[in-house]
Design a protein around this ligand. Structure first.
Ligand SMILES: O=P(O)(O)OC[C@H]1O[C@H](O)[C@H](O)[C@@H](O)[C@@H]1O
Length: 527
């Protein structure tokens, strides 16, 4: 059994702290030495991706210290306990089994006589069979016409991951003839969200997936009622247009108002649920079950790498440890995720939930306050758009923000033009290469307003093309990174008590049970 200790009790952490400002990245990345680093500091990921950390503030000494930290914090042992079914989510007293939805890394995990791997596979099959029947026209609307659009109703983990993955593969599926149905998403309780999506959809040919693990989320239940109302007003029978993805114990599971219900369980957290029916139903309907299976394959391959004890061969753990060094030793407050791929436009938003809801905590897994900083603020936008927006601060602002670039050699659609001797794809890739060096090395200028200090660390995940498998690997990489960081910080990364208070107060406002500032704000907003 691994022992769970606070980071500041570990000897290897004291050693690591002595290495503050150990590497001058501006120097290290200049000239021949820089060229050597780019070749050397790269480790393979799944699906042909590579994690290149040449522009991070590391060298052999820092890597050695990080390796000692990984060993002392027993990161691989803790991961093993997690996938073998230990109660890692101490706050909710639950196992954490999202890896099991894509691969069996360890022992069978059996609950009440049910093998959980079998359960997840059965639900995947249920989603796949349902999608096949919709595509073949076995399941149709009341007039016997095929459904053409699928709309997911969900929020948080029941929206962000599936939406990011759908957007990531929409063009790829079109280019590879696997595009089956257009997908849309309704998440916000803002009525303009549902109204706008419904106005853009052909209701008679639309399927709606109500996705809520708990089956009690205010926004999702409200939007479900909103959609049912619209369907009824259009003379359609809602129960012929809706399916549910939920826990077997949730109120939605008992309803007979759905075409089918695909189940998840308490052991897959919302923000880790894209690989369950939460992502499986919509992605199988939109692109076909094989595409969803390929995402799972990519994730499974990455998970296997995450079980490797050698940090140089475990890109997820290495990324996590470098992040801890940046946060706890260098004191950087945030991390930017910068995909140079329009297809990944919602991926930073998904990671924002995944990371900040997991590791945005001030008490350890035993409920005791910790004396060190934990999860960073995560934000990001695709490049090159971000360059024309917030990169000014990243280059010359007073805070150093570590950067996580993602780039692909090929575009998904392959439609391009050659202008001034380069294609758009080449221009895109040229920009990411330029940014890494600009951030790391800077440029001296006597005019301080034009001076770039450099010393701004970044890493890049590089791939051939954003395929379903590469996307699965990318998803798992970040999930595993967040998990390892939670282990280092001795947090429970798998509950989210911090979202509760606001919900409780909102209920009081709606029940007109307010006083003090809450009452005045309620009046101000006309509630
Ligand atoms: O899937 P649901 O139960 O509807 O939950 C949807 C979301 O709401 C909660 O407030 C949590 O913050 C999220 O982690 C969760 O993904």
């Amino acid at each position: 059994m691994a022992t769970w200790k606070n980071l500041d009790t570990l000897a290897s952490y004291s050693e690591l702290k002595d290495l503050k400002d150990h590497v001058n990245i501006a120097e290290a990345m200049s000239g021949e030495q820089g060229a050597e680093r780019v070749k050397k500091y790269s480790t393979p990921m799944a699906a042909g991706l590579a994690y290149n950390y040449a522009a991070k503030e590391v060298d052999e000494t820092v890597l050695d210290a990080l390796s000692k930290l990984a060993d002392e914090a027993e990161l691989v042992e803790k991961f093993k306990e997690l996938y073998n079914g230990a109660v890692i989510n101490t706050g909710e007293k639950r196992m954490v089994l999202h890896h099991l939805a894509r691969t069996q890394l360890g022992d069978p995990v059996v609950v009440d006589g049910v093998d959980k791997r079998e359960f997840y596979l059965a639900q995947q099959k249920k989603a796949a069979d349902f999608a096949d029947k919709v595509h073949s026209g076995e399941i149709t609307n009341e007039n016997g016409e095929k459904f053409t659009t699928v709309v997911q109703i969900g929020i948080g983990g029941s929206d962000l991951g599936p939406r990011a993955l759908y957007i990531a593969l929409e063009n790829w599926a079109k280019a590879n003839n696997t595009f089956k149905m257009e997908a849309k998403f309704i998440s916000n309780v803002d009525p303009d969200d549902a109204a706008a999506v419904l106005a853009s959809a052909d209701l008679a040919h639309s399927l709606f997936i109500v996705v809520s693990k708990s089956g009690t989320t205010l926004e999702t239940l409200t939007n479900e009622a909103f959609v049912k109302d619209a369907l009824t007003k259009a003379g359609l029978n809602p129960s012929r247009h809706m399916l549910a993805v939920t826990s077997e114990t949730s109120p939605l599971a008992k309803s007979d108002e759905y075409l089918t219900a695909i189940f998840m369980d308490d052991y897959i957290g919302g923000r880790y649920s894209s690989v369950s029916g939460v992502g499986g139903a919509i992605l199988s309907l939109a692109f076909g079950p094989d595409v969803f299976a390929a995402i799972l394959d990519g994730a499974a391959e990455e998970d296997k790498l995450a079980a490797n004890k050698n940090i140089l061969e475990n890109p997820d753990m290495l990324d996590a440890l470098i992040g801890v060094y940046e946060r706890n030793v260098q004191g950087y407050p945030s991390t930017a995720v910068l995909p140079y791929s329009q297809a990944l436009s919602r991926f930073p938003a998904h990671l924002q939930q995944c990371d900040m809801e997991s590791n945005g905590k001030s008490v350890n897994r035993f409920g005791e306050p910790v004396d060190y900083v934990t999860g960073p603020v995560i934000f990001g936008e695709p490049g090159t758009n971000g360059q024309h927006s917030f990169y000014q601060l990243l280059h010359q602002g007073t805070n150093i923000v570590p950067l996580q670039f993602i780039g692909f050699k090929k575009s998904q659609l392959g439609v391009d033009v050659d202008i001034e001797n380069s294609t758009s794809q080449q221009k895109l890739c040229a920009n990411v290469a330029a940014q890494i060096v600009a951030f790391a090395c800077g440029k001296k200028d006597e005019n301080l307003n034009k001076n770039f200090k450099g010393g701004r660390p970044s890493s890049i995940i590089v791939g051939e093309e954003l395929t379903p498998k590469a996307l699965g690997a990318l998803l798992a990489h970040f999930e595993n990174k967040i998990m390892f960081q939670g282990f280092v910080w001795n947090l429970n990364s798998f509950d989210q008590e911090g979202v509760q208070l606001g919900k409780v107060l909102a209920k009081r406002v709606l029940a007109h049970d307010t006083d003090g500032a809450l009452k005045v704000y309620s009046d101000l907003l006309d509630i």
